[in-house]
Design a protein around this ligand. Structure first.
Ligand SMILES: Nc1ncnc2c1ncn2[C@@H]1O[C@H](COP(=O)(O)OP(=O)(O)OP(=O)(O)O)[C@@H](O)[C@H]1O
Ligand SMILES: [Mg+2]
Length: 316
């Protein structure tokens, strides 16, 4: 795959909840109705409406919008945790909507793993076993998966806490476990659905740094959902801004802040000083680029490479 080819390619995606939902996308008149009118006329909610975008390899693609704008539904459609009503979803050139159950399971287990808002940890299992869980369902042996889990636990800053139960951890630490669990399977894409919104601001900031660090070190593709503008601006290479199921603007943080597409977006970014976004982002980009260039320069033979490259072999 070349760098120009997207990881996810989404075209004219719709998700409509309600009776006879599949009538709605094709129906010219329904398709343009405001949410409340559509509900009154059909009893349906169009959570995602005619959305198209690509997620490029190695980018952090942020989906931002107010509560109810369709963010979770959209990201769940990517791996069919929610079944799309119409449109296309393609991952690495493969049509997700025509995958059979086995292929779909493989997609969710190996290729695109999700980090949830409420952690979703198993309370009676240790940190290590929570992190190893995804490897266990892949059928990896116990000692191998615990070794891999220990490595990832360390990577997310939880060294020494492997034997604790989730209840013995702070919220921030629990979310690190959630992050480690998603990372352990070495997915091509990480999907985050408002992972930090339950955390207090300082911890949240720490976790954002963690994501930036991981991204810088590994260049892994990420789709990150948030309703928080400052989080979106800090993390996103590009941001899709959603309103009532539609993407109202898709662009870099600079474009979103510097040239809002309409009043809704303008309202969203009103309090952000434009120059600030420019400088923060430029600094961050330069740092990321430098790190990537450095990685490229020291291209070791495959067996000597650290991290995900080496880890990929045993369980694939
Ligand atoms: N299973 C469902 N059945 C019916 N309507 C649903 C269902 N799931 C979501 N919706 C509706 O779809 C719309 C989008 O919901 P979604 O959860 O995607 O929003 P969101 O942007 O993730 O919001 P939040 O920021 O609160 O998580 C909402 O109007 C919601 O009520
Ligand atoms: Mg949501």
């Amino acid at each position: 795959m070349t760098a120009a080819e997207p990881v996810f390619s989404v075209q004219n995606l719709w998700k409509v909840f309600g009776p006879k939902a599949d009538r709605v996308p094709a129906h010219k008149e329904y398709a343009d109705l405001p949410a409340d009118e559509l509900r009154a006329r059909t009893g349906c909610t169009a959570a995602v409406r005619d959305v198209s975008f690509d997620v490029r390899k190695g980018e952090v693609f942020v989906v931002m919008g107010l509560s109810g704008s369709g963010k979770s539904t959209l990201v769940r459609c990517l791996t069919r945790l929610v079944e799309p009503t119409s449109g296309t979803v393609v991952i690495d050139g493969e049509d997700v909507l025509s995958m059979d159950r086995t292929r779909l399971r493989e997609l969710r287990r190996h290729r695109a793993s999700m980090v949830f808002q409420h952690f979703g940890l198993l309370p009676h299992r240790s940190v290590l076993d929570n992190v190893a869980y995804g490897l266990e369902i892949q059928g990896m042996g116990r000692s191998e998966r615990r070794a891999r889990a220990a490595e990832v636990v360390e990577k997310v800053g939880l060294a020494g806490m492997g034997e604790r139960r989730p209840g013995q951890l702070s919220g921030g630490q629990q979310q690190r476990v959630g992050l480690a669990r998603a990372l352990a399977v070495d997915p091509e894409v990480l999907l985050f659905d408002e992972p930090f919104s339950a955390l207090d601001p300082l911890i949240r900031r720490d976790m954002q740094e963690e994501v930036i660090r991981l991204h810088r070190e590994e260049g892994r593709t990420m789709v990150f959902i948030t309703h928080d503008l400052s989080e979106a601006l800090r993390l996103g290479d590009r941001i899709a801004l959603m309103r009532d199921g539609r993407i109202v603007q898709l662009g870099t943080p600079e474009e979103i802040v510097g040239a809002p597409a309409d009043d809704y977006v303008r309202d969203f970014v009103r309090d952000v000083p434009r120059e600030q976004v420019m400088t923060v982002r430029t600094a961050m980009r330069t740092r990321r680029r430098r790190a990537r260039d450095r990685d490229r320069r020291v291209r070791l033979p495959r067996r000597h490479r650290l991290g995900r490259h080496r880890d990929r072999r045993p369980h694939r």
